[in-house]
Design a protein around this ligand. Structure first.
Ligand code: FAD
Length: 488
């Protein structure tokens, strides 16, 4: 297909569905004529509980990316590798067919991802094909931000301090966008509009998350132009558009953390730990994203859905399928919880404050295993990300690193009054409560008797007794064990 002197390059796209600031793509194109490939792996995706709306988002972004790559004469091929175990053979065949010299990929960090990439590298190397990996999804390579004794940080503020030092020293730069290459005479594959087993989400959900780098950039620019200044004061109020809503784009790699960091620095005169409080706080969140991915590598048991704090594995979680179903379907009788769960089901996204509130409610008031919540979130989130989701769930359930102390249990009613004072968020998602005043809307059960809302359930749990039950369960745990890292 190509002459013997041409060194054909293959970029294997995964969670880096963009043209701009894509390290592996840029490196591939700099070395020679480049072809891109994406693997469809529905069996693996099902094992990972990837949400149908997330798979749909990948496909829609691939469609846009294929057109953008086409303008550079880089064909995008689609291959089926139902399980990641199939990836080595599928890629080997493609490399042989195209006489590929080097495969380029941006690193991914879960256990399965790491194993897959090692197997692919072994198989290709045996055939004389080189695999080059790049740091792209993160600002710092996992294993490069360590304590003085060489272990992974378990406390976010200490991790962040070292990140700040590193950023002062050298800021990760953006990589070059590839120039158009000579046409290759290889046609791009059509992008499927659906993958079997993952239903297409309603158009109303799709419309909330338009595909493509331009949309991601538009969000980033409009956020950093204005909203970032109010981020610190507005980010906790779910009725306000106070956050960037970039998580789906970051998770699929439609935008890079470097692009986000640079945009935030630009509106704060290059400062990340001083200057505008909004920008500093937002960069702090980008570092939480970073932290949880480092934790995933440093403490691989969290990648296997094991508790970061081993002693919490002994917790007497309740088996309460009906209460779990009520939580999942947004009919617990606690408006802020139910409104949040409706937001998740209808939009594929939930506000961060509410993710914490519903996660605490499930794991503390209902005393249901955090893994149930983690899985349900993953099955519905368009931004579902193993590290951030696991980190968030283990934070909320007090089983994780640097997590909420078990005795500091959020009261959903106080959270509701504090962060949705006028009940606007609740009324949007639970219109049957729209007639209630701003006091009653948080707790319609309190109206009692005749004044109750006809089609709204009574709370499934008493907040005081369930809080006491959770405290007792956590108190009974054996003493804290020190968390081991790599060697487990
Ligand atoms: C129980 C629970 C589960 C979560 N699951 C996920 C998940 O699957 N995927 C996901 O991306 N985030 C998850 N988060 C973190 C956070 O809720 C979302 O990143 C955030 O709500 C996304 O909205 P945004 O893009 O407007 O965020 P912004 O407030 O604008 O933040 C910018 C970016 O920083 C990152 N970020 C922000 N907060 C966090 C955080 N606490 N941890 C890690 N990264 C963060 C995200 O990439 C986000 O897009 C979870 C949090 C909790 C408490």
């Amino acid at each position: 297909m190509n002459d013997a002197n041409v060194h054909m390059q293959l970029i294997w796209l995964r969670s880096d569905l963009r043209l701009l600031d894509n390290t592996a793509l840029s490196a591939a194109a700099a070395r020679g004529p480049t072809v891109a490939v994406f693997l469809l792996s529905p069996q693996q995706w099902r094992e990972h509980d990837d949400a149908p709306c997330k798979v749909d988002f990948w496909l829609r972004n691939l469609e846009v990316l294929s057109r953008a790559l086409g303008q550079l004469n880089i064909p995008l091929l689609i291959r089926n590798a139902p399980h990641w175990d199939d990836a080595p053979a599928v890629l080997l065949e493609l490399c042989r067919q195209l006489q590929v010299d080097t495969v380029h990929l941006n690193e991914e960090y879960g256990i399965h991802e790491t194993r897959r990439d090692a197997a692919v590298a072994r198989t290709l190397k045996a055939e004389g094909i080189e695999v080059r990996r790049y740091l792209d999804q993160l600002l710092f390579k996992p294993g490069s931000v360590l304590t003085k004794t060489g272990t992974y940080f378990q406390v976010f503020s200490q991790f962040r301090k070292v990140c700040y030092e590193r950023l002062h020293h050298s800021l990760p730069g953006l990589v070059r966008t590839p120039a158009p290459q000579a046409p290759l005479n290889i046609a791009s594959d059509a992008i499927a509009t659906q993958v079997e087993g993952f239903e297409v989400p309603p158009q109303s959900l799709r419309d909330l998350w338009p595909a493509g780098e331009e949309e991601a950039r538009r969000r980033l620019d409009s956020f950093t132009d204005v909203q970032i200044d109010y981020y610190q004061s507005e980010r906790d109020f779910p009725a306000k558009p106070g956050t960037s809503q970039l998580s789906a784009y970051l998770a699929a790699g439609v935008i890079s953390p470097r692009q986000c960091l640079h945009a935030a620095l630009q509106c704060n005169q290059g400062e990340f730990e001083s200057g505008k409080i909004g920008a500093v706080t937002w960069i702090n969140e980008l570092l939480w994203r970073e932290f949880y991915k480092h934790i995933l590598v440093g403490y691989p048991r969290v990648s296997r859905h094991r508790a970061f704090r081993p002693e919490t594995e002994a917790l007497a979680w309740r088996n309460a399928p009906e209460e779990l179903a009520a939580w999942q379907q947004g009919r617990t009788g606690l408006p802020i919880i139910d409104a949040a769960m409706r937001q998740l089901l209808e939009t594929g996204w939930m506000h961060n404050r509410l993710r914490m509130v519903v996660a605490m409610f499930l794991t503390k008031n209902l005393l249901i295993d955090w893994r149930e919540g983690e899985r349900f979130f993953m099955r519905h989130l368009i931004d579902g990300d193993l590290a951030a989701n696991n980190g968030g769930w283990q934070w909320s359930s007090s089983t994780g690193t640097d997590s909420a102390p078990y005795f500091r249990i959020f009261n959903p009613l106080s959270q509701s009054v504090k962060f949705d004072a006028d009940g606007l968020f609740i009324k949007h998602w639970l219109p049957q409560l729209s007639g209630l005043d701003k006091k009653a809307v948080h707790d319609p059960a309190h109206l009692g008797g005749l004044f109750g809302v006809a089609d709204y359930p009574a709370p499934i749990v008493d907040l005081n007794t369930s809080r006491a039950r959770a405290l007792a369960a956590f108190k009974n745990l054996p003493p804290r064990q020190t968390a081991g890292s790599h060697h487990e």
